[in-house]
Design a protein around this ligand. Structure first.
Ligand code: HDD
Length: 732
């Protein structure tokens, strides 16, 4: 073969390999169609899209020719243009320059907070007309659907951090209503750290990595954060939530969302009703334990992303109900706390929530960057019928979100991007700017004009700010009604089960133990004393603080008479179902695979999934000679990835696994994380090697046939056997 022939052969092989990788699998396309992909979004990023933006199936023999960004067909995408075979690359190589230029500019600034996120498309469906309380168009007609996009996020970590950081989760929903986009930019926690937006930069600076050393990342467990918090009594209610298991959710699908602030609904007659928004997951609430979270972050940093992707791609569309708490000025005036204070809730027992519709997520973006990265949420986006309250945090947010999008997305025209674009008509005279995809047409680009062109405002149709009577001096003050910082923090704590209280104590101990400055540790304990004395003493003991400090000065003494609110506990609101959960089965050669197949059927009938963990990912051969492939090998599929586990081993293989650290961890972690464990007799050598035998309980279920399998699955509906926890946590 001549060298010319050799080079062209290499080129051909490389080109074929890259094309094979680029080609979408035909089944992938069908799967998207099934998952309800709509063609409303026009993403013209990819050569696999037709002119109208539709997905283009690339069949064998129908491979499109690579082009430059300017459409010139490319003859060779593997070699740059040189002088001779070994000479320098030519400036003339426009294809190289075009390709490299675009690559060099791929990154945009990450969000200053909530950088790591994951989004999905879906819809909101009304239960009934709310015309009597709001004129918001989306709430007028029962059964009507409004398209939406949701982005879940962690707050502190950078884009590449891990999913199970102890952190607040963002829960931002953009609804494409017929009268403009409505962005409900909430969190999975109904209160916030601070009462006034002017403190937000300080809060965020304190919690992010420390500026001199650039660590620790994606965690609040460091001096700067606890220094700030210990000087910020208004944070104490939020701290109780963030130290609870709410901050380590099992999945986005199992967490609540909250609009946090008090908003207003305004009806067609101009009557205003205060409203607080709550998203409640259909599959119930569930979190993991801290020891599990730490291990999940190593085993699968994308645990929450993968969970949402798998659920939606397999047609198990996650669902939340939208609830509202509605109240008038008279209720607001009679309530113990100020409804404008974002560090306070209105307990559901005091003011029940009312379900008004449901949200279903049924489509993953075709491209992460196009939608999830470029989506721009702004609290200022409200349609007519929804209005702001004077909550000083909300008022400040209304500036910050618009401002930040320009920095991140680089042009005032970010509203032209498909994920941000309206799905309703729009008319205005805004024009030009970087990257304008469209401009008003015609002669007039101002109003009023004599040409009879263009839109005019409409006092009837337009958004009208609620004409609240307000008078007063200009003051930089905090109202006295915002002064009670400890009573609701205590109410949250006493509303938890003992297990949950122990987790809060554990979390506080862990976080504050990472603080190197003893004075900050002690200052934190002085705040805890205002919340619950026993909790404060337990934390102090675990931190090795010898002498209890005096309680922190409080502007208002803690109200001890606030009743517990059971709605605040995760465990009291468990689902009693394994729907949406995952069972991991550790299988070996020689195991009874008929049991495994039956387990899969039964689990599926309850809406759960089963994944197989085996010594090799190639799978195992069962006692009946049939074989089955595995999803993970043991090292790659630790039990922290599952909600319950089953040990399906033959005795000979179990004896071998008893010498395998990963297999022993699989069992022991499941046990210490209070998970239900099913086992067949053959697995005994593995169990015996752990130190579980002395602690066996009703959560470890022997399986020897169909009946016991069904019994095991119904036990799993409790999700965890929390009664086991005190036995396994020596330090509790
Ligand atoms: Fe914020 C992002 C939620 C207070 C300023 N925030 C952001 C996101 C969520 C929240 C979910 C991510 C949106 C997305 O997925 O793109 N933020 C909240 C909640 C708050 C809150 C529930 C209190 C109730 N935020 C808050 C304050 C300020 C900001 C007080 C500033 C005055 N938030 C921002 C921001 C971000 C943001 C800097 C960063 C990226 C972005 O906006 O788009 O503007």
């Amino acid at each position: 073969m001549s060298s010319e022939q050799f080079c062209s052969r290499v080129r051909w092989v490389l080109a074929q390999a890259s094309l094979r990788e680029a080609r979408p699998h035909p089944a992938g396309g069908m799967e998207m169609a099934k998952a309800g992909r709509s063609d409303t979004a026009i993403h013209d990023l990819s050569i696999q899209r037709g002119e109208g933006g539709e997905l283009h199936q690339v069949a064998e023999g129908d491979t499109p020719t690579t082009t430059t960004a300017f459409g010139t067909p490319v003859s060779d995408d593997q070699n740059s243009l040189k002088i001779g075979r070994r000479g320098p690359t030519l400036m003339e190589d426009f294809h190289f320059r075009d390709k490299m230029f675009h690559f060099d500019h791929e990154r945009i600034p990450e969000r200053v907070v909530h950088a790591r996120g994951y989004g999905a498309h879906g819809y909101f469906e009304n239960y009934e007309s709310l015309a009597d309380i709001t004129r918001a168009d989306l709430f007028q007609r029962p059964g009507e659907r409004t398209q939406l996009f949701v982005r879940f996020s962690t707050v502190v970590g950078n884009k590449g951090s891990f999913d199970l950081a102890r952190d607040v989760r963002g829960f931002a929903v953009k609804m494409y209503t017929k009268e403009g986009n409505w962005d409900l930019v909430g969190n999975n926690i109904p209160v916030f750290f601070i009462q006034d937006a002017v403190r937000f930069p300080d809060l965020v600076h304190s919690i992010k990595q420390e500026p001199d050393r650039a660590f620790p990342q994606a965690t609040a467990a460091h001096d700067n954060f606890w220094d700030f918090i210990s000087l910020m009594p208004e944070s104490m209610h939020m701290i109780m939530w963030v130290m609870s298991d709410r901050a380590i959710p099992r999945s986005f699908r199992f967490m609540q969302g909250f609009g946090v602030h008090t908003f207003r609904f305004v009806n067609a007659k101009g009557k205003s009703t205060f409203v607080k928004f709550h998203w409640k997951p259909k599959l119930g609430l569930q979190s993991v334990v801290w020891n599990e979270a730490v291990k999940i972050n190593g085993a699968d940093p994308d645990f929450h992303r993968r969970d949402l992707w798998n659920a939606i791609k397999s047609g198990n569309f996650p669902e939340w109900e939208l609830h509202v708490q509605l109240f008038d000025q008279e209720f607001a005036d009679s309530f113990d706390f100020d409804v404008l204070d974002p560090t306070k809730i209105i307990p559901e027992e005091v003011l029940p929530t009312r379900p008004i519709g449901r949200m279903v997520l049924d489509r993953m973006p075709d491209n992460f960057f196009m939608d999830t990265e470029q989506v721009a949420f702004m609290t200022q986006n409200v349609p007519p019928g929804i209005d702001f309250s004077n909550d000083p945090l909300l008022q400040g947010r209304n500036f910050s979100y618009l401002d930040t999008q320009l920095k991140r997305l680089g042009s005032t025209n970010f509203s032209h991007l498909p994920v941000n674009a309206l799905k309703c008509p729009m008319h205005h005279f805004q024009q030009d700017g970087h990257m304008a995809f469209r401009n008003p047409v015609g002669r007039a680009n101002y109003q009023p004009n004599s040409w009879g062109e263009g839109p005019r405002e409409s006092p009837e149709r337009g958004h009208v700010a609620y004409p609240e009577d307000i008078e007063g001096q200009k003051l930089r003050v905090r109202p006295e009604s915002f002064a009670d910082h400890y009573s609701q923090a205590r109410q949250f704590y006493i509303s938890q089960t003992e297990t949950e209280q122990n987790h809060i104590i554990g979390a506080l101990t862990f976080e504050i133990s990472k603080v190197e400055t003893p004075a900050i540790r002690i200052r934190m304990v002085s705040h805890l004393l205002n919340i619950d004395e026993e909790m404060a003493r337990k934390v102090a003991t675990k931190l090795g603080i010898k002498e209890m400090p005096a309680p922190a000065d409080a502007a208002v003494p803690t109200r001890m008479d606030l009743q517990p609110s059971p709605a605040l506990s995760i465990l009291r609101n468990g689902p009693d179902s394994i729907q949406g959960r995952k069972i991991g089965v550790l299988v070996t050669d020689g195991a009874e695979l008929t049991l495994l197949r039956r387990l899969k059927e039964l689990a599926m009938s309850e809406g759960a999934t089963v994944e197989i963990v085996a010594p090799t990912v190639g799978g195992v051969v069962g006692s009946d000679g049939t074989s089955i492939e595995a999803n993970h090998n043991i090292e790659g599929g630790p039990s922290v990835l599952f909600d319950a586990v089953v040990l399906l081993a033959s005795e000979a293989e179990a004896a071998k696994l008893a010498g395998d650290a990963a297999a022993l961890d699989f069992v022991m972690d499941a046990f210490t994380h209070c998970k239900f464990i099913g086992y067949v007799q053959g697995a005994m050598p593995l169990l015996e090697k752990t130190n579980m035998m002395a602690m066996m309980d009703e959560g470890v279920v022997a399986i020897d046939g169909e009946d016991s399998l069904a019994r095991f699955l119904s036990t799993c509906r409790k999700l965890r056997l929390w009664e086991r926890e005190p036995k396994t946590r020596v330090n509790q």
